[in-house]
Structures are given as structure tokens and as C-alpha cells.
Design a protein around this ligand. Structure first.
Ligand code: GLY
Ligand code: MN
Length: 366
């Protein structure tokens, strides 16, 4: 029988954490993204829920609050245990963990749980399994890619629809709200992160939070936003000039110039992407493009990494990074953002960002 998607993931994770007999994923008040990676369940809080993973099986210890939701969405081969009683949960954990080599996500487990693990469940050893998840998550399967594709489609469509809301006097906050509403209407379950809307000189700040500042004719408008679909994120940025009467727009040609340079830098970087290249090689292509444009007048204005892995998290904990120091090797079925920018304090800025699937011989814009 063909292996299920969950079994394939478990095999990859245990290949990357060979010493572990069992891996414990424990949610706190927030969900560990690795919980969503294994269960695929959309929605719910699953606070304090625990996954016990083995190479060929997985158990979810949940409770009455989430049981029905979990049962309706879980993979067929994920065993579901409805355990609301602390003694019952302790019994299960003692049975499963005592004397075993137990892998944990060392970047998520709390110190309290770590202490409890040692004193009450008494494993033989506690191992760090974070990178096994991160490596596995860096290579997306077809289902994950189709979810990111859909998430990107929603955000790109919303980027078009939002244009009809651009009017003199509208605030950044209003545009952000309407953008999020539009994405929900198009089928997204939530934003991937807090929507960034920046008018005018606010566009010089890469992560500007929307304010009550009002749109003026001729302002640069920068929107950076993402939608989640099936737990997977998109992350798209567009920069435009509001209005087309060039004569009425202060510094029109400079505004257009920085947008066009950033677009061309992005195009050059995407065109160069091939499996086997390092993250820093791709960053350098965009960075050199910006630094050398128009006799070097924008040198040093691209102030962040070119991109990041995208998946269950918007800045996914998985590889690769496209940044000046990144030796991460690009591989087929990785998904990254490519997002060069120019930022000029007191003037404004531009960023263009798309979500890119690395293919066998190049890249595809999702
Ligand atoms: N979309 C925000 C960022 O990637 O930094
Ligand atoms: Mn991004």
C-alpha cells in the first residue's frame, strides 16, 4: 500500500533525528507549527495538546474541546486520544516516554515542560529534533505547494481588488482592514501576518504598521500582505504610485525609478535561480543590481535579505534563507520569497515580493 503523506513526513523526520525512539511535540498556549505539519488540521487552538511521534505511527492527545474538530480533519492513520484528565495524560506519557530517547522541538518546549519531562516521565535522553522538522518542511510535497499556490492567488487577487479603494483621504488602517476582508472573502482563513500598508514616506520603513495617515495624490503606496490557505502562507508585496497625472506628482520620476529598479532586480534574481545555488548567490544578484543602477545612486538602500522560506510560517523555520551570509543550498520543491527593496528615509521606498517555487531547472512564480 502507498505510504500516506503523514507517514512520508514521519520517515523524513526520523531520518533527520535517527537517535530518537519517540518525538514529543507539545503545544503551549500557541500551536507549534510542527503540530500543523503532522496533523494538517486547520483551525482550533489545541492548547496544551501533545503529539507523540514514532517512525511508523503518530498519536494526538487531545481533549473534549478539540476532539470533534480533530476527528473530522485528521489523517486516517493519526491515532486520536481523548484525554481530559491530568492523571490519564500522565499515565500515557509515562508509558510512552520512560526510558526512551525522546526528541523535542528545543525551540518551542517550555522550561516547565522540560523539567517535568525529566522528573516525571524520566526518558533515557532528551534530544534536539528541531532541525529534523525544519529540513523535512523545507521540501514541499504537491499538496503543500498547491496550498501555497492558492494562498498566493488569493493575495494577488486582493492586491488587484484593493486598488479601487485608493482614494484621497483614505487611511493606511482602512486599506489594511479592507485588504484583510477581501482576502477572507476570497477564501483565506486568516492573514499570514499583520498587513503592512505604507503611504508616502512611511514606505521607507520595511515593516511599517498601518496608521491613520491619509493618502495624498501622488503618494507611493506599498502593501505587503499574505493570506493563509489550509494553514500555508503567502507573502506578497506591491508598490505603486497613486495617480497618473505625472505633472501633479512631486518627484514622480524618482518614485517610478525606484519601483522599476526593484522590479528589475527581482526579475534578474528569479531568472538566475537554479537548484544547487546558495541563498547568498541569489541575494547578491539583486543587491548588485540595485547597487549598480543609475550610476550607483541607490547603493546601500537595500537593507534586508532578499527572501525567506515560506510554508506553515511566513518566515518559515525551514531553509533556505536568501541573505548575504546564507550558505543554504536551493533544492527543487523549496518555496521562497524574492523581495528586493529600496528604502530612502524621509522620501519613501519600494519593495516587490513574489512567492517562488524552485523547480528542477529554475523557478516558478506562484
Ligand atoms: N512580509 C514581511 C517580510 O517578509 O519581511
Ligand atoms: Mn516576505
Amino acid at each position: 500500500m502507498a505510504k500516506s503523506g503523514m507517514k512520508k513526513k514521519l520517515e523524513r523526520i526520523f531520518d533527520g533525528s535517527k537517535e530518537a525512539d519517540v518525538i514529543l511535540i507539545a503545544n503551549t498556549s500557541s500551536k507549534d507549527p510542527n503540530f500543523s505539519y503532522i496533523t494538517g488540521i486547520v483551525g482550533g487552538l489545541f492548547e496544551g495538546n501533545i503529539l507523540l511521534l514514532k517512525r511508523d505511527s503518530a498519536k494526538l492527545i487531545t481533549n473534549q474541546l478539540e476532539y470533534e474538530l480533530a476527528a473530522s480533519q485528521k489523517p486516517a492513520d493519526l491515532e486520536l486520544i481523548n484525554a481530559s484528565d491530568a492523571k490519564q495524560i500522565k499515565g500515557i506519557l509515562v508509558r510512552e516516554l520512560r526510558g526512551k530517547r525522546v526528541g523535542v522541538n528545543q525551540n518551542a518546549i517550555t522550561l516547565d515542560l522540560y523539567d517535568k519531562l525529566k522528573s516525571e516521565y524520566r526518558p533515557k535522553e532528551i534530544l534536539r529534533s528541531y532541525s529534523a522538522f525544519s529540513d523535512s518542511r523545507s521540501i514541499k510535497d504537491d499538496e503543500e505547494i498547491s496550498k501555497i499556490r492558492k494562498a498566493a492567488e488569493i493575495t494577488k487577487k486582493a492586491m488587484e481588488l484593493i486598488k479601487k479603494e485608493f482614494k484621497v483621504g483614505v487611511t493606511e488602517r482602512e486599506i489594511a482592514q479592507k485588504f484583510d476582508y477581501t482576502c477572507r472573502n476570497l477564501g483565506s482563513e486568516s492573514p499570514s501576518f499583520d498587513t503592512i500598508v505604507a503611504f508616502g514616506k512611511n514606505a521607507a520603513m520595511p515593516h511599517h504598521a498601518p496608521t491613520d495617515d491619509k493618502l495624498r495624490y501622488g503618494d507611493i503606496i506599498k502593501i505587503d500582505a499574505g493570506s493563509k490557505f489550509g494553514n500555508y502562507c503567502s507573502d506578497i508585496t506591491r508598490t505603486v504610485i497613486f495617480g497618473d497625472d505625472k505633472g501633479r506628482i512631486k518627484d514622480y520620476s524618482k518614485k517610478l525609478e525606484i519601483i522599476e529598479i526593484v522590479k528589475s532586480a527581482q526579475k534578474a534574481a528569479i531568472k538566475a535561480i537554479k537548484p544547487g545555488m546558495k541563498g547568498k548567490d541569489i541575494h547578491k544578484i539583486a543587491n548588485d543590481y540595485i547597487n549598480n543602477a543609475v550610476g550607483g545612486i541607490y547603493k546601500g538602500t537595500f537593507i534586508h535579505g532578499l527572501g525567506h522560506s515560506l510554508g506553515l510560517e511566513v518566515h518559515d523555520s525551514s531553509k533556505p534563507r536568501l541573505s548575504p551570509l546564507s550558505d543554504d543550498i536551493l533544492k527543487p520543491n523549496m518555496v521562497v520569497t524574492v523581495e528586493p527593496g529600496i528604502y530612502i528615509s524621509g522620501f519613501g521606498g519600494a519593495r516587490i515580493e513574489d512567492d517562488i517555487l524552485i523547480t528542477k531547472d529554475g523557478a516558478e512564480i506562484l
